[in-house]
Design a protein around this ligand. Structure first.
Ligand SMILES: *[C@@H]1O[C@H](CO)[C@@H](O)[C@H](O)[C@H]1NC(C)=O
Ligand SMILES: *[C@@H]1O[C@H](CO)[C@@H](O)[C@H](O)[C@H]1NC(C)=O
Length: 393
């Protein structure tokens, strides 16, 4: 399980010319970016040339070329940096020309700026638009597809995204308002064309806000941690809760509940099959349109609480999960809390893989409850854990 040491995979040269660690890293990132961009261009041009008989000029969007040029000039700039400048800033760091193992590992798992090269067709379609005019109608679907495939952050574009034609301006401050305005969502890409359809089609999706009003409030079994109890625990430990992130938070109900206790929680959520981001925003909460594999877009040690709900579960590859948990650690302040809320996995994996992985963080186990998942074919169990980051390490 230890991913840090893969014997024989990467060797550190003992007496090679020195190169700054940061510089090396920058170069590697840039090279990766350039390589992927060139690959995309190559891919685009080659697919186009093979499908069209006359060798027409390759219609590569200007923006890709622009980006490539920017990257090229940055590389030129970096390579001209005097080596001493790079060296002096990294005296303490291990000097090596070898790529750090975690960089290689992460670039396989997850994007480094542009894993877009695996999907040049999608990227090409996304960037193929007329500047200064309305964005093409399939923009949102393309963006969502690219982000889910790890192509994130997406390049910016200069077009006007579509908005609903007749939105209501009378938006409620109540995050549990009994109904949501259909006219504030563009529905064409979803099976359902209204909120009432979403509520009827699957009551568990979180669109029935009357039902959501009772979530996180009651204690039915050991796996529940009602918000009031969470607040009490934090208070008793002299740890104030003001800021939080709800990872994969669906329609934002955790943030809505916490808002009533003056805790500001942002919700990461995707638009998989339903307008989750719009709903979080319609509830007066902040939706972050970022996938699970992305580094949290907040600074180190700034939040008091991170909740991982159902979306974080055994379907995430173990190593990706490890990076996720260490990123949670990065954003949590000392004394902050990680709440794993109904994390599910196979019972044997919880004991052998996940519990040791969580243990590596060295957090205090404030709560640790497991229970069998009802009707599970795979002998799955739930874990609800409240873990507190140590104040100092
Ligand atoms: C929404 O939830 C409320 C409260 O649980 C319930 O009474 C109602 O029937 C639900 N609506 C639908 C359409 O399922
Ligand atoms: C939240 O803040 C408001 C304004 O400061 C205050 O009136 C209210 O009592 C607070 N609510 C809770 C649950 O602390």
């Amino acid at each position: 399980m230890d991913i840090q040491r893969k014997p024989g995979s990467i060797e550190e040269p003992k007496a090679k010319p020195k190169m700054g660690f940061t510089m090396g890293l920058n170069m590697l990132l840039l090279l990766a970016m350039v390589a992927t961009n060139i690959l995309s261009l190559y891919h685009l041009s080659s697919t186009i040339q093979t499908t069209k008989k006359p060798p027409a000029p390759v219609p590569v969007p200007d923006y890709l070329l622009h980006q490539l040029n920017t990257i090229r000039s940055t590389i030129t700039h970096l390579t001209r940096l005097p080596p001493s400048a790079a060296d002096s800033s990294t005296k303490a760091a291990v000097s090596t020309t070898t790529a750090p193992p975690d960089l290689l590992l992460h670039s396989q798992l997850s994007p480094i700026a542009t894993s877009c090269h695996n999907h040049p067709g999608l990227l090409h379609r996304y960037m193929n638009y007329t500047p200064f005019s309305p964005c093409p109608p399939d923009s949102e679907e393309l963006a969502e597809s690219l982000i889910l495939r790890g192509c994130h952050p997406l390049p910016r574009r200069r077009c006007f995204s579509k908005t609903p034609p007749k939105p209501t301006s009378s938006l409620s401050h109540n995050s549990f308002a009994p109904s949501l305005p259909d006219q504030n969502v563009i529905w064409h890409k979803y099976y359902c064309k209204s909120f009432s359809c979403l509520v009827r089609s699957n009551p568990k999706l979180g669109f029935n806000l009357s039902a959501e009003a009772t979530r996180f409030m009651s204690y039915n079994d050991e796996l529940d941690l009602p918000v009031l109890q969470l607040l009490q625990i934090a208070k008793a430990a002299n740890s104030v809760l003001r800021l939080g992130i709800d990872v994969g938070g669906g329609t934002g109900t955790f943030a809505a509940r916490m808002k009533l206790y003056n805790v500001t929680v942002v919700t990461t959520t995707m638009n998989l099959g339903a307008p989750y981001n719009e709903v979080v925003a319609l509830r007066g909460l902040v939706p972050l349109h970022v996938p699970l594999q992305q580094r949290f877009p907040v600074f180190d040690g700034v939040v008091d609480l991170v909740r991982c709900g159902h979306a974080v579960n055994r379907w995430i590859p173990l190593t990706a999960m490890e990076f996720l948990l260490y990123d949670v650690d990065r954003v949590l302040r000392g004394g902050g809390y990680l709440l794993l809320d109904h994390f599910f996995s196979k019972g044997v994996d919880l004991d052998k893989l996940y519990a040791p992985l969580i243990g590596k963080l060295g957090y205090k186990k404030v709560k640790w409850a497991t229970g069998n998942k009802a009707n599970s074919k795979n002998a799955e169990v739930y874990l609800t854990a409240l873990l507190q980051k140590p104040v100092s390490k």
